[in-house]
Design a protein around this ligand. Structure first.
Ligand code: SF4
Length: 99
């Protein structure tokens, strides 16, 4: 969910193996990894910016102001929630990255 809208849906295995939506990918990057390579003071990855207010959503994709892959189309047109791979749905214009 992002800004009150479902942006990705898949089996838990497919979602964790191959997340599609940049917001999901950002959330995955914020998961603490732990392990021997972790050190005190390590910082978690974050997603820059803030969630827009629901009463003032951007014209196109609500995630566009925070998305590293936003295009001109993203700023103008709201992406539909579509099946990108069998059983894996997302609301994102970046179709080519789904294969
Ligand atoms: S539609 Fe565009 S701005 Fe929205 S998540 Fe996909 S790439 Fe990013």
């Amino acid at each position: 969910m992002y800004a009150g809208r479902k942006v990705e849906e898949a089996s838990i295995f497919d979602l964790f193996d191959r997340p599609f939506h940049p917001y999901t990918i950002g959330l995955m990057g914020a998961v603490p990894q732990g392990g021997a390579s972790s050190q005190a003071g390590d910082r978690l990855a974050d997603i820059s910016g803030t969630v827009p207010p629901l009463w003032d959503l951007p014209k196109g994709c609500a995630f566009a102001p925070r998305c590293p892959g936003a295009s001109a189309r993203c700023l103008e047109e709201r992406p539909p929630f579509q099946e990108k791979r069998p059983g894996h749905w997302a609301a994102c214009w970046e179709h080519d990255n789904a294969a």
